[in-house]
Design a protein around this ligand. Structure first.
Ligand code: ADP
Ligand code: MG
Length: 505
């Protein structure tokens, strides 16, 4: 059973319609397996290589060539399944999905229709406002990618690049549990995050190694609950499928547009046709590509070139025992172990590399909350302004940042001076404690020195003293003067205490 411990967000209701409508969305996400070789050949999967340079004979559909399964791709699919808390099928099999297209030299795609390698799983999708929804995974199957047709390089000819042909994809099929555009984007983001943690897909949407077919339907309030009770799809509206989306922004815009289009049809007394549509980002609309094909249109049959795939439980267990800590667990641990807020823990665990960096800063400084603040606000801010640098290229190491935090905690420097110190370390490197020593940045905590400076200021400004005695708000002026006189190095707490003591005497 699914563990629905989170508050379920309200489904999206479309404004401007005559009555209330809710959205129902199911996604088929195609994730390129992170691997060096293709699913059934030894050809390289390198992105951006010279066109048609990574093509084995079997990829080109040459007669007499036989596919050979890449064990690494199978292991990656199993790992992904385990990361999505899914059932792993020890028996799976490959089928031929037949269709004709210039970028598919075999004339069929090898996929897994009847016996996918991964069965039912689940993903927790958090919405950033404290609400979350469990989205059920129906299945994950392994299949080949197609090549790429190029129509815009020559006015009279089309070209084809087969480098991508035969690259392994995992098709992750969700149940129709997603209820709005933002949730769809959050779902894709969560899959991406989990697979990046696992190292099973790079999740680079621009390069097309994570793409989604988005199924959208609309229904009246209450219908989805009936579907959930019975799992009977007839309670839901007719869906349209928007193909091949590779941007979070377009996924959201396409869903929004598609929902409005369907509502307008139904409210005008028409019915929605089940069809496959394409999103046009320039026009911001979807348009019909073809009427929805059914499985029988593809003449699926078991691939005679490949034996069914049988894997051993011990092999699956071995992969399971080597899984890294996943985002949900890591986030929960950051909240309990370091006392971080939900938001901070989310930001720090978005990428495994950021989380690891933070934990090293925490270790070096002994203060989780300060470490989180400095990593999120100061370091991420500086990296962003510095040409959007990745954390791996941070000029400040965890040890250096930890060192700065330690100096604040032991009252050697003030928070304000620490910002200056951070900038110096970021630009010039060096040991924070040594820099503070060498450049005289130490905070003055010696109350004698602060008192001497304050006494001078009081003596020179008798009128201000009289005013401040009547109006305590004016004490701030004296604090500012002392800070100025000490070059910003006086301990602010000590200054405040002394000022109020002197002015009240
Ligand atoms: P196909 O490959 O024919 O598109 P699949 O079963 O592989 O079919 O995928 C169907 C997808 O559509 C799944 O993600 C499923 O959750 C989703 N889906 C099914 N019915 C609806 C519906 N009424 N509204 C929205 N999504 C739906
Ligand atoms: Mg589909």
């Amino acid at each position: 059973m699914l563990d629905l411990t989170y508050e379920t967000p309200k489904p999206k209701v479309i404004a401007g319609a005559k009555q209330d409508w809710e959205l129902v969305i199911g996604l088929e996400v195609h994730a390129q397996v992170a691997t060096n070789a293709k699913l059934f050949s030894g050809a390289s999967t390198e992105f951006g290589a010279e066109p048609n340079s990574n093509v084995a004979f079997v990829d080109a559909g040459m007669p007499g060539m036989l596919p050979v399964i890449n064990e690494g791709c199978v292991a990656q699919a199993v790992k992904t399944g385990l990361g999505l808390k899914a059932d792993i099928n020890l028996y799976s099999a490959f089928d031929r999905k037949n269709y004709f297209y210039p970028d598919l030299p075999q004339g069929y795609q090898i996929s897994q229709l009847y016996h996918p390698i991964v069965g039912e799983g689940q993903v927790l999708v958090e919405m950033g406002d404290g609400t979350a929804r469990v989205v059920r995974i129906e299945r994950i199957h392994l299949e080949q990618d197609a090549g790429k047709s190029i129509h815009d390089m020559d006015p009279h000819m089309s070209f084809v690049d087969l480098n991508r042909t035969g690259v392994a994809l995992m098709e992750i099929v969700s149940r129709p549990d997603i209820r709005g555009p933002e949730e769809a984007a959050a779902y894709v983001g969560k899959l991406r995050q989990i697979m990046r943690y696992l190292g099973t897909c790079d999740g680079n949407m621009q390069n097309g190694n994570l793409r989604a077919d988005v199924n959208v339907s609309v229904c009246t309030p209450g219908a989805y609950e009936k579907y959930m009770e019975t799992q009977d799809f007839s309670h839901l509206g007719t869906r349209c499928e928007i193909k091949n989306m590779n941007s979070m922004r377009f996924i959201q815009a396409a869903i929004d547009h598609e929902a409005r289009r369907q509502i307008a049809i139904i409210e005008a007394g028409g019915t929605v046709d089940q069809e496959t549509r394409l999103y046009d980002p320039d026009k911001g609309e979807t348009r019909s590509m073809r009427s929805k094909e059914e499985a029988h249109d593809y003449r699926y049959f078991p691939c005679p070139d490949l034996l069914p795939l049988e894997i051993e439980q011990a092999w699956v267990d071995d992969i399971a025992s080597n899984l890294p800590e996943l985002p949900d667990q890591k986030k929960a641990r950051f909240i309990t172990d370091y006392g971080l807020s939900d938001y901070d823990a989310s930001v720090l665990t978005a990428e495994a590399e950021n989380a690891a960096f933070f934990e090293e800063v925490e270790k070096a400084s002994g203060d989780g909350k300060l470490a989180a603040n400095w990593v999120i606000n100061d370091l991420f801010g500086a990296l962003k302004n510095d040409g959007d640098k990745e954390i791996e290229d941070s000029p400040v190491s965890p040890a250096q940042l930890g060192g700065i935090i330690k100096l604040i905690k032991s009252d050697v420097i003030s928070g304000k001076i620490a910002k200056e110190l951070f900038e110096i370390v970021y630009a010039e490197g060096g040991d924070p404690a040594e820099i503070v020593e060498a450049r005289g940045m130490k905070q003055v905590t010696d109350t004698g020195a602060i008192e001497a400076a304050l006494d001078e200021i009081i003596a020179a400004n008798p009128a201000q003293v009289e005013k401040a005695k009547v109006n305590p708000k004016l004490a701030g002026w004296f604090v500012g003067q002392v800070m100025k006189a000490t070059g910003g190095k006086a301990n602010p707490k000590a200054v405040n205490e002394l000022v109020s003591k002197k002015l009240s005497s």
